[in-house]
Design a protein around this ligand. Sequence first.
Ligand code: NDP
Length: 486
Amino acid sequence: MNAMKAQPTASHYIDGKYVEDTAGEAIEVIHPADASVIARVHEATPALIDRALNAARRAQGEWAALKPVERGRILRRAADRMRERNRDLSMIETLDTGKPLQETLVADAASGADALEYFGGLAPTVTGESIPLGGDFAYTIREPLGVCAGIGAWNYPIQIACWKAAPALAFGNAMVFKPSEMTPLSALKLAEILTEAGLPAGLFNVLQGRGAVGAALATDARVAKVSLTGSVPTGRKVYTAAAEGIRHVTMELGGKSPLIVFDDADIEDAIGGAMLGNFYSSGQICSNGTRVFVQRGLKERFLERLKARTEAIVMGDPMDEATQMGPLISAEQMEKVLGYIEGAKAEGARLLTGGARLNGPGHYVQPTVFADVTDDMTIAREEVFGPVMSVLDFESEGEVITRANDTEFGLAAGVFTHDMARAHRVVARLQAGTCWINSYNLTPVEMPFGGVKQSGVGRENGRAAVEYYTQIKTVHVGMGPVDSPY
Ligand code: NDP
């Protein structure tokens, strides 16, 4: 692979243009499949952060005053451009994240384009209400919040950028977005595309940097809202920082989601769902169903077929479209995942398959399945964020619901069964923001997505996102004489 093959035009995108400032500390961008350096960007200096926030603040007022249908048209045009450029964007995403091209071609920029299209269409439908009060009346206006800060994780860089920028922009806000330091590239492409589609300068800005840049955004007086996708510990810090300034937040955080397989389920579908919910993106998905509860009657057959199908997964160069699983994002993440695997063995889980890294320079870990996992094992309690599935046994419906809910997280959950009454009954009792029945990890933009408990606050996508990127102004209208006691 050629050195610096993915070098962007410049590190940042501010006020409608690429901007470089080498005074900021250099961040090397590593291709996870071979550990080569593919780009170098520089962390945003305080002066650049200031410039981006001022640009956003300046641009936001005029943008909010446009007809929503005009704002929406620009976003829908950007969606079309993203789709036209899907292959190039997917290749950048694969270089940056190491996720196989087979995935990025269908799941990353494509999902981002869906968000731009959906929120572009939704923009003109956002209205207030009229409240009759006898002779007087009141009405409400849905107003934008102002300047929103977006802070992204490294697993779905362009999707995360779009899931935040699309509703923010559609409803009249501006955004300053900081991608993860590990995946800085595709947000810049989104900025380019938005400009090409006609978005006025200053409304979508990209600043590179580590946590400190995110923290600077979360504490700045010009920022009205902070939307973070990241881990629970980071969420806690960012939420606290935002609270200091009484800022709005959306927190999309981690999970340890249960996937429950009853013994009447279609076994191949359930295994397919469990594999999707543990191995897609090398397991680096927040909503993964990493605690797979399998009812005893099905256990042995389930494990046998799961092992066979897992061992058939094709690992390799993520740029090869035949590759089904790529590396983990970084050497550090790989070591963390291998540590969890060793810990699981030491705590008595049975390694069914996988468990090792692949030799070579990339950060590859085999798809791994542990059976006979119990609720108290570390692997059943903590988010691994790697291709490691834990299979736990259960007997009864009541028991599995209690155990499924026995976690600090509450992002997602899944149920596989042919008994639909049971499926709905179980889902009603699961403490999770998103539940899937006989499917897993599908997140079409029409559906609200987000967590309960420690997994987050607020919802992205769907009409629900209107609540998180607008605020209500109430207007009371007096129609008669003022009834004053003075
Ligand atoms: P982190 O929490 O480490 O980082 C998330 C983002 O926050 C990064 O851009 C990071 O910068 C930035 N950041 C770090 N510290 C601060 C701070 N003090 N103030 C402001 N910003 C800060 O998450 P990862 O990138 O490691 O992503 C993995 C995590 O994200 C997993 O726990 C996963 O579950 C969660 N996730 C949740 C999703 C959801 O929708 N619920 C979706 C995808 C992932 P930098 O990386 O540059 O240090």
